[in-house]
Structure formats: structure tokens, C-alpha cells
Design a protein around this ligand. Structure first.
Ligand SMILES: Nc1ncnc2c1ncn2[C@@H]1O[C@H](COP(=O)(O)OP(=O)(O)OP(=O)(O)O)[C@@H](O)[C@H]1O
Ligand SMILES: CCCCCCCCCCCCC/C=C/[C@@H](O)[C@H](CO)NC(=O)CCCCC
Ligand SMILES: [Ca+2]
Length: 556
């Protein structure tokens, strides 16, 4: 078998009048400047470039029509024939270039090669290697939410993303949504999914949520699995999902790519990246409510969301205003949390290590949980709860948060649970007990600094596979202490009245759940993590390469 390092082509070609040795193997395209003098010049620009074939976007043969030159402001101008002499009889390679803070851009290099047969050979050889790269999508189904975030979804797609897909030869069917849940319902019932290699959403976390609800539901129905049953092992979705960020928080994009940049996301889609991701199913009394991949938050984040929905017209700033208001309101809520600790897996929520590209924790735990569920399927007497013991905590909480991933976003670059994993089959259950406003502010501020937000006496965090929550007013009479029974019932009725009359100043008895930015209709819920149920066109956040900033011109 041919080794990936074997040389396929080696020629002397010119880049802007300078001679280069250009070589191609199955895995790398390299161009090195030919030096006449062996003397080392420390201040000369880089003379050696390598691009992995897997990160080449496309190759095109230049003709006089598309010879153009980049202006200083980044736009392109057509250049005169005399000026373009060097670019005629040339071919151009478009490739991924890494910039600062996990951003990618599409760079290009034009090689002049006057000899027609050789030029053809170069172009066809590069195309052959690209065709051999596995998992690149060829046909995509795109949904654009024109009303997400700052209402820029359509413009972002048309100006920044569509030209890249066209250059890469990716064909698309585009649907601009006309109402909420349009994309979800289209995926559930109408979309001809067999035609596509992936689904892309242009919008925020809410739009992504629509896509996964449509895809997961459709996969279960097509595969004969009942999505309503909380104990069913769900079928994994085969189509990958791409996110072009155009929302308000865009935390799923940020936590899986490392930045909220439409061009970077488009390039991850084109090169065919794949990142598995956990999904939580949320049930109430054995009836399915919703799926969640990022935050399930009761108390503070539920109240912020409820308040912010009334301020949608403000765009992304609504969360800051509602966040401040809910911080000042300082409501706490009583209830019972029960959970199944994640056992036998590696990793804890207090680890210093982070989930990064090719994460070993996700790989290890993913494999372990798959083996376990296969074992359970063979053994009919066992159920999904047999691998651990339920633990119960009662109390008064300012916030109950389950973070199935870090939930990193521009507001908090390390996220709600910095050591959470994208695909380890667990969620981090964070309980913030009743405390002073000052202490709660300390906890919140630590989301934006290096300090540990869990290292506080009133905060606890558990890595779990499943949890349940029952608010106090929903608990059965036997659960309430007898001496408080009368007061509790009165308070329950009173708090219902106070919800409608907030002027009386009485704190409400219950909050609501923020499920990836959507409000849940029930407060008593049963949550189960489904390990690696979906896949994204992403690769997780990459560790920056050593000296990356020095070597890379667009990083400076
Ligand atoms: N055509 C449409 N008209 C009205 N609402 C829509 C339409 N298409 C989608 N939606 C809904 O808009 C809501 C918000 O969209 P999206 O998630 O894109 O932006 P966002 O809420 O600003 O961002 P984020 O979720 O990141 O905070 C989603 O819940 C989605 O269901
Ligand atoms: C006083 C200074 C305090 C600073 C505190 C910063 C803490 C920020 C933590 C951010 C956590 C984001 C979790 C992501 C949740 C998303 O699924 C959801 C949908 O987009 N967004 C929100 O609910 C929007 C939630 C917005 C919360 C502010
Ligand atoms: Ca997880």
C-alpha cells in the first residue's frame, strides 16, 4: 500500500516572481522558497509552508477572467493584463489558515506554471487527493433564522458562507424559516434526509435546538424507537449538524469550535470535521418535554430567561439587563434534587484539564458507556439505573444548573462548568444554595475570572448520568414536615397569587427551567444523559500550537 508520505509531485513553480520547490504527497502540500545563498536571514519572511491536504478547501485553474489581487482592505480588484502576467497560466490553492483565538480563515496561494500539461497535472493531482479525503459533505440542507440575534442570519450566510461553500463545490438547499419551529417540523416530517450529508443551522442556540429536536425525533421514529419513553436507548443521528453562529449567546458553537465566527464554522463544515455530543432528554411524569445539550437551569438562569423573553426586541443585550435584574431580585427556591453519580468513568468537575480536540476522556467514557449499554441490552433484567445509587439533596437554592458541556461563551469564556466534557455521557449538576447577595455575586464573577466558581461553601457540583428535581410545592404531603404542613399549603396558594401581583414583594415558590434558552412548561423533571447521541461539524477546541502566533501572519 502507498504510504501517505510518498512524493506524488515535485516541481519548481513561481509565486509572485519568486521560485519555489512545490511538492505534493497524499497528506501534505509544501512550498519552499529556493534560496541561492545558504546564508541564514533571520528577518526574512517565512520561506517554508505546509498545508495538510485535509485542510485544502479547493484548487482552481486561473484564467484571465479571474485573475485578481487583494487590496489592503481585504477586498479584491481585477488587475491589468500586464500586471497579471505572472498569474496567467497559474493555479490557485485555497486552504485553511489558523488565526488568533481559534479563528480560521480561507487563505490562497497562486502558483505560476506556464507549461499547460504540468499545470493540469498539478490541478488534477490535488483534486484527486481532495476526493480521497473521507467525510467531506457534498450536499447540505441549510436552515436560516432571519430573526435570531441581531437579525443578521441571512446577510451572514449570503456574504460570508455561501461563497465558501461554492468555492469548495458543496451544493446546498436553503430554507429561510418563516416561523418558530419551521425547521424542526420540516426535519420531522418533510425533509428528504437521504439526499444530504449534513444539516446546517444559521442562528443561535434556539435554532440549533430546533434542528436537534427535528433530527433526533425523526431518527427514533424511522428506527422504531419510542422517543417518549425516558428509559429507551435512543438511536444516534447519522447526519452531522453545522452551526453558523448568528444568535445571541451561541454557546454551542463557542464551546465546540472555540469562537463565534461564521467563516471558521463554514470551514469546519467544508473540511468535514466531526465532533460527537451528549444530549439530555427531559421528561415530566414519563412524558417527553425537550432535549438539552448545554444548560438546564432552574432559579437564576430560568428567571433570567423568563424576564429576557419580554425584551427580545433588545437583541443580545436583553440577557445583561435581565441578569442584573434577577441578581438584584435574589430569589431562592426550595426543592429536592436526586441524582445518579457517574461511576466508573474518568474525570471530575473539579479537574484542571479541559475537554479539547480529540479528548481522551470523551473517547474513554464514550467507549465504556457503549459497552455497558450493549451489556444491558443483552441482560433483560437490568435497567439504566442499575449502575449506581440515587442520592438525594433537599434545600433552598438560588440556582440549580446542569451543564452537559462547559457552556463557554463570550460572556464567560471558561463557561458554567469549565471541566465539563462534550461527549463523556455525563452532565455537571451545580447546586448554588441560598446565600447572601454578596456571596452570589462572588460566585457569578468567578465565571469571568481564573478563580474557581465551585470553591465556595454554598456551591456543590456533581458529575451525574441522570437527575430528578421536584420543587417543594410539588412534593407529596408525606414529604413535607408535619409541623409545616399548614404553612406550606398557605404559602403555596399565596405564592400563586403573588406571581400575578409582584408588587406585594413576596418571593415566588417556584422558578422555571431554562432548557438551552427555551422555557420548560414543567418544574418537576427527570433528566437522562444520552452519550454521543448527535455529531457536529466541529472538532472541539484545539490546543494552540507552540509558536503558532510567531509562525502565522494572520495571528499577529
Ligand atoms: N422565522 C422565524 N420567526 C420567528 N422565530 C423564529 C423563526 N425561525 C426560528 N425562530 C425561533 O427564534 C428563536 C431564537 O432564535 P436563535 O436561537 O436563532 O437566536 P437567539 O435566541 O437570539 O440566540 P441564542 O439562542 O444564541 O440566545 C428560536 O427559538 C427559534 O425557534
Ligand atoms: C455580575 C456579573 C455576572 C457575570 C456572570 C456571567 C455568567 C455567565 C454564564 C453564562 C452561561 C451561559 C449558559 C448558556 C445558556 C444557553 O443555553 C442559553 C441559550 O442561548 N442562553 C441563556 O440562557 C442566556 C443566559 C445569559 C446569562 C447571563
Ligand atoms: Ca457531557
Amino acid at each position: 500500500m502507498e504510504r501517505s508520505g510518498r512524493l506524488l509531485l515535485l516541481s519548481e513553480l513561481r509565486i509572485r516572481n519568486t521560485a519555489y520547490d512545490v511538492s505534493l504527497t497524499r497528506s501534505v502540500l509544501t512550498w519552499k522558497r529556493r534560496t541561492s545563498s545558504p546564508v541564514y536571514h533571520p528577518f526574512r519572511p517565512s520561506v517554508h509552508h505546509s498545508v495538510s491536504v485535509s485542510e485544502i478547501i479547493s484548487v482552481r485553474e486561473e484564467d484571465e477572467e479571474n485573475i485578481s489581487r487583494r487590496r489592503d482592505d481585504g477586498s479584491w480588484k481585477k488587475i491589468k493584463e500586464s500586471e497579471g502576467k505572472d498569474c496567467r497560466q497559474a493555479f490557485t490553492v485555497l486552504y485553511v489558515e489558523r488565526c488568533r483565538q481559534h479563528r480560521w480563515r480561507c487563505a490562497e496561494v497562486t502558483f505560476t506554471c506556464p507549461e499547460g500539461a504540468l499545470r493540469q497535472h498539478w490541478v488534477s493531482s490535488i483534486r484527486e487527493q481532495l476526493a480521497a479525503v473521507a467525510n467531506r459533505p457534498k450536499h447540505l440542507l441549510i436552515y436560516i433564522n432571519p430573526y435570531g440575534g441581531k437579525r443578521q442570519g441571512k446577510r451572514i450566510y449570503e456574504q460570508k458562507v455561501a461563497p465558501l461553500f461554492a468555492a469548495a463545490g458543496v451544493s446546498t438547499d436553503v430554507i429561510v424559516t418563516e416561523y418558530a419551529n419551521h425547521a424542526r417540523d420540516h426535519l420531522r416530517t418533510e425533509a428528504e434526509l437521504k439526499k444530504y450529508d449534513g444539516v446546517v443551522c444559521v442562528g443561535g442556540d434556539g435554532m440549533f435546538s430546533e434542528i436537534i429536536h427535528g433530527l433526533i425525533w425523526r431518527t427514533q421514529i424511522d428506527g422504531g424507537v419510542d422517543p417518549n419513553c425516558p428509559d429507551e436507548t435512543l438511536l444516534t443521528c447519522s447526519l452531522r449538524i453545522g452551526i453558523i453562529p448568528a444568535g445571541s449567546t451561541d454557546c454551542i458553537c463557542f464551546a465546540t469550535v472555540g469562537t463565534n465566527d461564521p467563516v471558521t464554522s463554514a470551514l469546519h463544515i467544508i473540511v468535514g470535521d466531526s465532533q460527537p455530543m451528549d444530549v439530555c432528554s427531559v421528561h415530566h411524569n414519563n412524558a417527553f418535554l425537550r432535549y438539552s445539550v448545554s444548560l438546564l437551569g432552574y432559579g437564576f438562569y430560568g428567571d433570567v430567561l423568563t424576564d429576557s423573553e419580554r425584551k427580545r426586541w433588545m437583541g443580545p443585550a436583553r440577557y445583561d439587563l435581565s441578569g442584573l435584574k434577577m441578581f438584584l431580585t435574589h430569589h431562592y427556591y426550595e426543592g429536592t434534587v436526586s441524582y445518579l453519580p457517574a461511576r466508573g468513568i474518568i474525570g471530575t468537575p473539579r479537574d484542571a484539564a479541559r475537554c479539547r480536540s480529540g479528548c481522551a476522556v470523551c473517547q474513554h467514557n464514550g467507549q465504556l458507556l457503549t459497552e455497558r449499554s450493549e451489556k444491558y441490552e443483552m441482560d433483560e433484567t437490568s435497567d439504566s439505573e442499575s449502575d449506581g445509587e440515587w442520592r438525594t439533596i433537599r434545600g433552598k437554592f438560588l440556582a440549580i444548573n446542569a451543564a452537559s458541556m462547559s457552556c463557554a461563551c463570550p460572556r464567560s469564556p471558561k463557561g458554567l462548568s469549565p471541566a465539563a466534557h462534550l461527549a463523556d455521557g455525563t452532565t455537571d449538576l451545580i447546586l448554588v444554595r441560598k446565600c447572601s447577595r454578596f456571596d452570589f455575586l462572588r460566585h457569578l464573577l468567578r465565571h469571568t475570572s481564573k478563580d474557581d466558581q465551585f470553591d465556595l461553601t454554598f456551591v456543590e457540583v456533581h458529575r451525574v448520568r441522570r437527575f430528578r428535581f421536584t420543587p417543594r410545592h410539588c412534593q407529596s404531603d408525606s414529604d413535607l414536615e408535619l409541623d409545616l404542613l399548614g404553612n406550606a399549603s398557605k404559602r403555596q396558594i399565596f405564592s400563586q397569587i403573588c406571581r400575578d401581583h409582584p408588587a406585594c414583594g413576596c418571593a415566588p415558590a417556584y422558578s422555571c427551567w431554562n432548557c438551552d434558552g427555551e422555557i420548560l412548561t414543567h418544574t418537576a423533571i427527570d433528566v437522562r444523559v444520552h452519550c454521543q447521541l448527535i455529531k457536529l461539524f466541529a472538532r472541539g477546541i484545539e490546543e494552540p500550537a507552540v509558536f503558532e502566533d510567531l509562525a502565522n501572519p494572520c495571528a499577529i
